[in-house]
Ligand binder design. Structure first.
Ligand code: KG4
Ligand code: ZN
Length: 357
């Protein structure tokens, strides 16, 4: 039986709505994306060098109804034909989350459909099931602007946290490095572009925490070191900017690989002889060097690496709709969804989740 769910995503600076279909006869997907509309607010925040929460929330209010309408129209669906409505409930910027939740709840109430409050991190974690139909369990590296986690995904709602960042997320580090080097916003693609002309070993930068055998991350010291190196070079020539960008990108890739290597060993110890699957999600997964290095490391350790297409790695609503469909299929609250008085949550760890009731 097919389940069709409308997903709403407003946790950061993308206003997004999507319709996704899950076939309940298939245990692990893949799903069918009927529409996937994303309106990026990048331009509205560019002059501030980062996302301004108040501006983000206001933009969601202005655009969300139009985006939802477009998602329904593209899929040629009416609200009455949906099986449920899912919205990101957290973690994220509270103003934006409240906008998405209120709209989602209102649609659900008015159309007598179940409402599903979705954890944004769980949605990232499950995206490869939507795109590739990957079965549980797998090791997940989530690397985005707001998050950095190594997680063993055991089953829906059952996550074991191996490690997370003690300070910045890698996307945030890329964004701050780009700002420091005057490369604009968003920083990741800009740093990657400039790094192409640079030498990765030109500038000596630290690899925080490496060698301790753990799976946690730290990027703020790396960013501070970059600032000191850049200051020492002032006035920084064009080639030196490229060298700083290339060295910074390589340091991040080194840290991600070393930490993931430790996670591979831990996952292997508890999951062998099952097939060893490794998933990379989040905006930083778009970085070619990061992909290349993680891919090589996975292969060396006997893991198969999976990365969703770029548009589904970054924030989108198809992943929210899919997470909702997966939860609905397993009878979240007996198919009636979540309570309508459920509040948005700025902080909401993956490990706080439980399998559907
Ligand atoms: O997953 P995402 O769209 O949003 C969050 O949930 O944070 O990730 C956005 C982050 C930004 O920090 C951006 O700079 C980074 O992903 N990013 C990249 C690249 N493309 C996007 N970082 C490094 N290299 C890239 N090519
Ligand atoms: Zn995200």
């Amino acid at each position: 039986m097919p389940l069709t769910v409308l997903g709403i995503e407003t946790s950061c600076d993308e206003t997004a709505a999507a319709l996704v279909r899950l076939d309940t006869a298939q245990a692990d997907g893949p799903g069918q994306i009927l529409s996937n509309i994303v309106l990026s607010q990048t331009k509205a925040h560019a002059s501030y060098g980062g996302v301004v929460p108040e501006i983000a929330a206001r933009s969601h209010i202005t655009s969300l109804d139009i985006i939802i309408h477009e998602a329904l129209q593209t899929a040629n669906y009416k609200v009455a034909q949906l099986d449920a409505i899912a919205a990101t409930a957290g973690p994220g910027l509270i103003g934006g989350l409240m906008v998405g939740m209120v709209v989602g709840k209102t649609l659900a109430l008015a159309s007598h459909k179940p409402f599903l409050a979705i954890n944004h991190l769980e949605a990232h974690a499950l995206t490869v099931r939507l795109t590739q139909g990957l079965s549980f369990p797998y090791l997940l590296l989530l690397i985005s602007g707001g998050h950095c986690q190594l997680v063993s995904v055991e089953k829906l709602g059952d996550y074991i946290l191996y490690g997370s960042t003690l300070d910045d997320a890698p996307g945030e580090a890329f964004d701050k490095a780009a700002k420091l080097l005057g490369l604009g916003y968003p920083g990741g693609p800009a740093v990657e572009e400039h790094a192409k002309q640079g030498t990765p070993i030109a500038i000596d930068l630290p690899r925080p925490l490496t060698g301790d055998g753990g799976c946690d991350f730290s990027f703020s010291g790396l960013k501070t070191a970059l600032r000191h190196r850049a200051k020492a070079l002032e006035p920084v020539a064009k080639q030196q900017v490229a060298d700083l960008a290339a060295s910074f990108q390589t340091a991040i890739a080194d840290c991600l690989c070393e930490r993931t290597q430790n996670a591979f060993q831990r996952f292997q110890a508890t999951h062998k002889p099952q097939k060893l699957q490794f998933v990379v999600a989040g905006g930083v997964a778009a970085n070619q060097l990061v992909r290349q290095r993680l891919g090589a490391c996975a292969e060396k350790n006997g893991f198969t690496m999976h990365i969703a297409p770029a548009a589904l790695c970054t924030d989108n609503a198809a992943m929210i709709a899919w997470a909702g469909a997966e939860r609905l299929r397993l009878g979240q609250n007996n198919g009636s969804g979540d309570k309508l008085d459920m509040a948005a949550r700025a902080r909401w760890a993956l490990t706080d989740l439980t399998p559907p009731l």
